[in-house]
Ligand binder design. Structure first.
Ligand code: KIV
Ligand code: NA
Length: 264
């Protein structure tokens, strides 16, 4: 079968159908999520934290993310693969945004890109879309701005909600095919979702958005202290810990490998 496209996602909103998105950073997990029917995979700059071990998303580069994106594209066959443009790779100008996005499309095979910010990056969105690059926008708690926010906290409360609504409409007008709403009050996400023709993707934004996204390591219990908005669907952290301890004990005791694991 063919890949999911941005047109399919627009049609889903028309039909009132919700859809899931998860992050992926390698071919094996991409294959699992793709086979499970997840229609959109995001190679998030959250890789800075969950893959590269930084304590924010700021240090990760295009060169860091390109091979992860290529792996996710190779590992999937149905999903639309969205690549995050990292901090510093698009803010300077529409031209810089297009150069970065073109690398993700040409060198890694991404099908769309995502970037953070409101109306100030609408010129970037316009330039990308007119060059043929589908753009997912990202509003609310945009982690590349953590130093402006002074921490990872809810955004869009009170008057800031009207600003966020205006940003969302400007990004839609600029041609974005979707917008992520991160860590915003549920009632604001509901109003934005109802006001836009393009699908909203919530994370910590309540139940009313058209889609939901989680970082896969959060979803399966690999991250030690996940945020309130995370639901755990597995306990892989505990499973991996048990496996590592059992393997270590077997090696020390000599009970692994057994005869069934050896060649005559
Ligand atoms: O980088 C990321 O994982 C993201 C999602 C959480 C939306 O931007
Ligand atoms: Na991101």
């Amino acid at each position: 079968g063919r890949r999911v496209t941005v047109r399919d996602l627009a049609a889903a909103k028309q039909r009132g159908e919700r859809w899931p998105m998860v992050t992926a950073y390698d071919a094996m997990t991409a294959r699992v999520f793709d086979a499970a029917g997840i229609p959109v995979l995001l190679v998030g700059d959250s890789a800075a934290m969950v893959v590269y071990g930084y304590d924010s998303t700021l240090p990760v580069t295009v060169d860091d993310l390109l091979p992860l994106t290529a792996a996710v594209v190779r590992g999937s066959s149905r999903a639309l693969v969205v690549a995050d443009l990292p901090f510093g790779s698009y803010q300077t100008s529409p031209g810089q945004a297009l150069e970065s996005a073109a690398r993700f499309m040409k060198e890694a095979g991404a099908h769309a890109v995502k970037l953070e910010g409101g109306r100030r990056i609408a010129p970037q969105v316009e330039a990308l879309v007119s060059a043929g690059v589908p753009v997912m926008a990202h509003l609310g708690l945009t982690p590349q701005s953590v130093n402006v926010f002074g921490g990872y906290r809810v955004q869009g409360r009170g008057a800031a909600g009207d600003e966020l609504m205006a940003d969302a409409k400007d990004l839609q007008r600029a041609g974005a095919f979707s917008v992520v709403l991160e860590c915003v009050p549920a009632d604001l996400a509901e109003r934005v979702t109802a006001s836009l023709d393009i699908p909203t993707v919530g994370i910590g934004a309540g139940p009313a958005t058209d889609a939901q996204v989680l970082v896969w390591q959060d979803m399966v219990g690999l991250t030690p202290r996940p945020a309130r908005f995370v639901k755990r669907y597995a306990d892989l952290g505990a499973d991996l810990d048990r496996a590592a301890r059992a393997f270590a004990a077997d090696v020390v005791s000599g009970s692994f490998p057994g005869p069934e694991h050896a060649y005559t």
